[in-house]
Design a binder for this molecule. Structure first.
Ligand code: KE4
Length: 434
């Protein structure tokens, strides 16, 4: 009788994790359920590469879901965190470093006159919604179908990311009374937004939007869409919230609002501003932000908000971005080369794809497209995406494990990485075309 194949170290860890953690993961998308593959167990990262628990190397396009603009284990970040660690891990008191991070954020994003640091993107959006409701004294919030703003009860309505990946119309546990306060309209549908304001005059506190959607896969805003949001909210006394947790410092140093020339009332940030450690932030006009406790009546707090280690990593990254002024043009050139190569490889293999990209964030949709909202994103062939994902993974290329996620190129990715990725993609597409 043949002896069962010895389980890999990764498989052993996955089995142990499943005994102790729901699904064996601390965030659903890491379970690789949508792509029918064994979830990766990361052991270490360096630059553009990660190594799994069995010592296998991958060129990484997940990038920790966005924070690692400079790549894994950047020396500036390592040094900054080590130095902060020698001074202690937390004080529950203000430190000079968090004032420095606030300064770097406000210098890069002019619409942010004051900013509050929190521990995650979810905390940032949750706080921004509460602030908008407290400031306007209104209760309704408009969001876009397929956009994901973290696991905030009132925003887990027709959301993207893992909610879309697992085809959950909304999450269990969110009372209908909460969901009733959220109005969800199609992304890129300016008319639908104008209509919802006519239907609910004087009742809408805010519109929250990913200015470049990244959680139904990457979907850029149509010409004029963001401008319409700006005008409609201003005309109706509602706040415009740009959720730039993913796009902040990603698509430009000043985020999507710099790229598209729109000034929102509030902005949420996360990911890159923590350099891979837990940092979120929300900020905006001082007269709005001064409604937040202890200045005003909107309460928000956090034991580890502005944590010295996390802030040290964020400061190191934002200071590096201040020095490397050509980093965004480098990312644009390298990611464009990768995107064009992927589209060409698919064309040669006669596999219909539509690639959406803004700067160094992109998604390869397995549909001829165009993909402009959640409905057209949902038309993508998820089985084909999964087969492509597995073929790339087996050959050492790690893409985000869901058709509804965005891939990221970092400043650590090299031209050689791009060429290796394209050689591998040509093999993977050929397998799909069989
Ligand atoms: P966190 O709470 O996960 O730090 O941030 C929530 C969030 C808010 N807003 C936007 C635009 C986001 O993209 C996110 C989180 N992004 C997902 C990736 N699509 C995080 C990955 C995960 O959930 O494991």
């Amino acid at each position: 009788m043949s002896t069962p194949a010895k389980r890999s170290h990764s498989q052993e860890i996955v089995e142990r994790a499943k005994q102790l953690i729901p699904g064996g993961v601390n965030s659903p998308v890491r379970a690789f359920r949508a792509v029918g593959a064994l979830p990766l167990i990361a052991a270490r990262g360096r630059g553009s590469q990660i190594t799994d628990a069995d010592g296998k190397y991958y060129i990484d396009y997940i990038g920790a879901w966005g924070p690692l603009l400079l790549g894994h284990a950047h020396t500036d970040v390592e040094r900054a965190v080590h130095q902060a660690l020698e001074r202690g891990t937390a004080f529950g008191l203000t430190t000079e470093a968090e004032v420095r991070l606030a300064q770097l954020i406000t210098e890069a994003v002019p619409s942010i006159e004051k900013v509050r640091l929190v521990n995650s993107g979810t905390e940032a959006t949750m706080s921004a919604i509460r602030l908008a409701r407290g400031y306007t004294r209104r209760n309704l919030v408009v969001k876009f179908i397929g956009c994901y703003h973290g696991h905030v009860d009132s925003l887990l309505v027709k959301a993207g990311s893992g909610v879309a990946t697992f085809a959950l119309p909304e999450s269990a546990g969110v009372p209908p009374e909460f969901a009733a306060l959220t109005l969800a309209v199609p992304f890129n549908d300016a008319e639908a937004v104008q209509k919802v304001f006519v239907q609910h005059p004087g009742k809408i506190a805010a519109v929250i939007v990913e200015p470049v959607a990244g959680n139904m896969g990457c979907v850029p805003p149509k010409e004029g869409f963001l401008q319409t949001l700006r005008e409609v909210t201003a005309r109706n006394g509602a706040l415009l919230i740009f959720d730039e947790v993913m796009t902040g410092f990603r698509v430009a140093r000043g985020g999507a609002q710099e790229l598209y020339g729109i000034r929102p009332d509030l902005t949420t940030l996360g990911k890159i501003i923590g350099g891979g450690l837990p940092v979120g932030a929300y900020g905006g006009r001082a007269e709005i932000m001064d409604t937040v406790a202890p200045e005003g009546p909107v309460y928000q707090a956090g034991t580890l908000a502005g944590n010295p280690l996390a802030v040290a990593a964020g400061v190191a990254v934002l200071e590096e971005l201040g020095r490397r002024t050509n980093i965004y043009s480098e990312l644009e050139t390298r990611t464009r080369r990768l995107a064009e190569g992927l589209v060409e490889a698919a064309r040669k293999a006669k596999v219909p794809v539509c690639l959406n990209r803004v700067g160094s964030m992109f998604t390869l949709f397995f549909t001829s497209g165009p993909v402009v909202d959640f409905e057209t994103a949902s038309a993508a062939d998820r089985e084909r995406f999964a087969a492509f994902f597995r073929a790339m993974l087996e050959r050492g290329i790690l893409l985000p494990p869901s058709q509804f996620e965005t891939a990221f190129v970092s400043a650590a990715h090299t031209d050689r990485d791009v060429e290796t990725t394209l050689e591998t993609a040509r093999e993977a597409f050929a397998l799909l075309a069989e």
